[in-house]
Design a protein around this ligand. Structure first.
Ligand code: SF4
Length: 184
């Protein structure tokens, strides 16, 4: 009820821009649908820009035009929401999407490991201790933002740039080469 009240107050002000941080957390699906309906009306009727912060990919698919996926405090992929969902360019996005459940789900998928310690993050790509595609360059160098084949902006060495990857950098990273300290 408090969440609905806050959104009602927002509507009264007719804002140009709304930041909704986990607006449907801990709500049942019926109230969640009502809240999403109100936010959709806000966009449609008042031309309000909406920045939705959520861990719920279903809500993103339903509500957003564009999506930015964050890992360890960085945007690792950004682009048109439908395109990102159809062709994720970053392994973290791909694994997140694999971890969602649907009516056809027969087993739960999860990303091994845990989020990194942000005080002493892993070297190179902060996702490398958990990434199924990790290569040597991922451990040694910070990834550079590139535009993937799907048109998304992606922070991942899988997409290059080739000229910055040293010889042998594309060799797969064996699990035993990943420092224990990286497994936060
Ligand atoms: S840069 Fe390497 S470790 Fe990081 S997401 Fe891409 S493939 Fe995985």
């Amino acid at each position: 009820m408090r969440q609905r009240l806050m959104i009602a107050l927002t509507v009264v002000l007719r804002p140009a821009f709304v930041v909704a941080d986990e607006p449907t957390t801990a709500l049942d699906v019926l109230v969640e649908a009502q809240i999403l309906g109100i936010l959709a009306d806000l966009r449609r009727n008042f031309d309000t820009a909406l920045l939705l912060i959520t861990h719920n990919l279903g809500i993103v698919a339903e509500t957003c035009d564009r999506v930015a996926v964050m890992y360890a405090g960085h945007i690792v992929e950004e682009g048109d929401a439908r395109q990102v969902f159809a062709r994720p360019g970053h392994p973290y996005t791909r694994e997140l999407l694999r971890s969602t459940i649907s009516l056809t789900t027969t087993g739960l998928h999860y990303i091994p490991g845990a989020p990194p310690d942000l005080v002493a993050p892993p070297s190179g790509c902060t996702f490398h201790p958990r990434c199924p595609n990790a290569m040597r360059v991922c451990r040694d160098q910070d990834p550079v933002e590139v535009v993937s084949e799907g048109g998304q902006r992606v922070l991942c060495w899988l997409h290059g740039p080739e000229e910055l990857i040293p010889a042998g950098g594309r060799e797969p990273l064996e699990r035993q080469e990943i420092g224990v300290a990286d497994e936060a």
